[in-house]
Ligand binder design. Structure first.
Ligand code: TRP
Length: 453
């Protein structure tokens, strides 16, 4: 990424490097923090099925489309959209889609950073033995006291933003590529360990049945919207993050295979997190619908009871922090790439400027858990508003436009040339999904929700 200035757009060192970066972007707080708590809030099994369906029918085809647009455009999302629109003889206003993405990334990062700050704070709490033998009430109490402490919240949010921007200044490929290579597998192993622990609680079956036995009477229009929005959020789609990463992808790499691998790994991590958490919820008489504090109020109970819990707990929150970091970078990279490539700012100046803006915006989320908790709009506090606006509206809208662009604006020759799907059937399957199925699905969900609002 460092040689953007020389106009020669750099490339990932290998297909594996792209898979790592894209997985690093996809696997994050969305899988481990958000997926369990929204599953809990939306009644479990049926919600999980809708989410999985969205990943397959909307997520994977759009991930392929985004990677393809990125690789063909070879620039930041705004320019990539402009170039490809020109190439297809279409309106250059398609570049506003790039803009929508840049804005979504900045807003998401503002609250993402606050939650990542929680993970950092929990590293310290674990290492200092706070959770040893803690009861569910005590651990819940720690969390409540922690989010009410606005000073601590600002401190951790600031720390996370500073670290993110320091990594982004150096460029995504150095450092991060290496770190993700061993951190992701470690996180995976730790999750398996937690699942093992959950298996030994007497509520394991209850947890599993909550997650996998669908009760469709619990599904509402808004939970379908949440499930769809989360499919975009968890795969990092709809805002150009994967487009930017795709722009560094060597020509000979199969886009479909990589998309399947990234989506598969991402889904597996989310399901494992759920399987680890819900048995703990039921074993300790907690409510699945606790909200954003869910993992912070359940996992420490397990760490407090298991042998070696101080080590495993610390390690878990360290890895969660790294998973958040590799995601944050992809949230801000489209904005950074745009300012560096189009506005000619230096990378350092860009990072300081953007970092400060995102930090400031994040204060809204910080205070929505304490001082401004009563400040609501349509029944949602600031954090919930930002989350709803980005995950449920901006990302699906961005994804819809990406699907329309690759299914209707780009010619079939262009997309076939870029996707290089030798299997004709597979290409048509993708084409029909992005041309008809995914745009229609997103559109119908939007209409449905507007109708019931
Ligand atoms: N996918 C990440 C997660 O699940 C969050 C994320 C990173 C993201 N980059 C993104 C979400 C781009 C939407 C768009 O935690």
């Amino acid at each position: 990424m460092a040689d953007i200035k020389n106009k020669r757009h750099s490339e990932w060192s290998s297909r594996f490097a792209f898979i790592l970066a894209a997985t690093g972007s996809a696997v994050g707080l969305g899988n481990i923090w958000k997926f369990p708590y929204i599953t809990g809030e939306n009644g479990g099994g049926a919600f999980v099925i809708v989410y999985l369906l969205c990943v397959v029918v909307i997520g994977i085809p759009i991930m392929m489309a985004e990677t393809m647009i990125g690789r063909r455009g070879r620039q930041n999302p705004v320019n990539a959209m402009k170039t490809l629109a020109q190439e297809a003889g279409a309106d250059s206003r398609w570049r506003y889609l790039g803009w929508l993405g840049v804005a979504a990334g900045v807003i998401i990062l503002s609250y993402y950073s606050v939650i990542a700050g929680w993970a950092m704070a929990y590293v310290l709490k674990s290492i200092s033995g706070t959770f040893i033998d803690g009861s569910a009430q005590q651990i819940g109490g720690f969390f409540d006291a922690f989010v009410k402490d606005s000073g601590a919240q600002v401190f951790w949010h600031t720390s996370f933003m500073v670290i993110t921007m320091l990594v982004v200044v150096r460029g995504v490929r150095e450092g991060l590529e290496k770190a993700v290579r061993f951190l992701m597998p470690s996180l995976f192993i730790l999750l398996i360990l937690l699942v093992g622990y959950a298996m030994n609680t007497d509520a394991y079956d209850q947890g599993l049945s909550f997650m996998f036995d669908p009760d469709f009477s619990k599904i509402t229009g808004s939970s379908i919207l949440t499930a769809m929005g989360h499919a975009f959020f968890t795969l990092s789609l709809g805002m150009g993050a994967i487009m930017v990463y795709g722009s560094y992808l060597p020509k000979d790499v199969s886009i479909s295979q990589t998309a399947f691998m990234v989506a598969g790994a991402d889904t597996l991590v989310a399901l494992l997190a759920g399987i680890a958490i819900f048995p703990l919820v039921f074993a300790n008489g907690l409510e699945p619908s606790t909200g954003p504090g869910l993992i912070f109020q359940t996992l420490p109970i397990a760490f407090g009871q298991m042998t070696g819990g101080v080590i495993f707990g610390t390690l878990f929150f360290v890895l969660l922090f790294f998973a958040a970091l590799s995601s944050s970078i992809s949230l801000i990279e489209p904005a950074v790439a745009w300012m560096v490539e189009n506005k000619g700012y230096s990378r350092v100046k860009t990072c300081v400027f953007l970092g400060a803006g995102v930090w400031f915006l994040g204060l809204g989320t910080v205070f929505s858990f304490n001082e401004w908790a009563d400040f609501t709009f349509l029944g949602k506090n600031i954090f919930e508003c930002l989350d709803f606006l980005t995950a449920n509206i901006m990302l699906p809208a961005g994804g819809l436009l990406i699907a329309v662009f690759s299914g209707w604006v780009m010619t079939r020759t262009q997309s076939r040339d870029e996707l290089q799907l030798n299997n004709k059937g597979l290409y048509y399957c993708w084409f029909i999904l992005v041309r008809y199925v995914s745009p229609a699905a997103v559109f119908l969900v939007f209409i449905h929700v507007l109708g019931i609002l």
